[in-house]
Design a binder for this molecule. Structure first.
Ligand code: ZN
Length: 137
């Protein structure tokens, strides 16, 4: 049975997690604009791709077919967590950050590899606590 190691931290993050309805509604427009953009792969995602067996094509599929789960914005960047089921059946989450001229894929993961962190359809994050470093984003 799973026991959360950081119940206070996980509960406070759970409250701020999610995307506002207007962000979800505007997301397909953003995805259309992304078709003309170049996405850089952060060294972090390249390492995670190797560890997790995730290809560039998998990431592109999620970017252009996925749904928005989380959106964050500050003065420097906008960041989104996007989820899609790949044609072969695997579900992936991709985190992407974009500014005026750079678009950068930060990380990619298979939420089914750490089910305690998610609700049953992997659309809502329940926990941020990890069992080992490979569970980090
Ligand atoms: Zn937790």
């Amino acid at each position: 049975m799973f026991v959360c190691k950081e119940p206070i931290g996980c509960a406070s993050k759970r409250r701020i997690w999610g995307a506002a309805p207007e962000q979800i509604a505007g997301f397909s427009r953003l995805q259309n604009a992304w078709k003309f953009a170049t996405f850089e792969l952060d060294p972090h995602v390249v390492r995670r791709q190797r560890e997790r067996g995730i290809s560039r094509a998998d990431i592109r599929y999620v970017l252009f077919h996925g749904r928005l789960l989380e959106f964050q914005q500050n003065a420097l960047y906008r960041r989104a967590r996007i989820m899609s089921r790949l044609p072969a059946g695997r579900i992936l989450h991709v985190i992407v950050e974009w500014g005026h001229d750079t678009h950068r894929v930060i990380t990619a993961m298979d939420p089914a590899s750490r089910p305690w962190q998610w609700n049953e359809d992997y659309t809502q994050r329940l926990h941020w606590c990890v069992k080992n470093h490979l569970d980090d984003d």
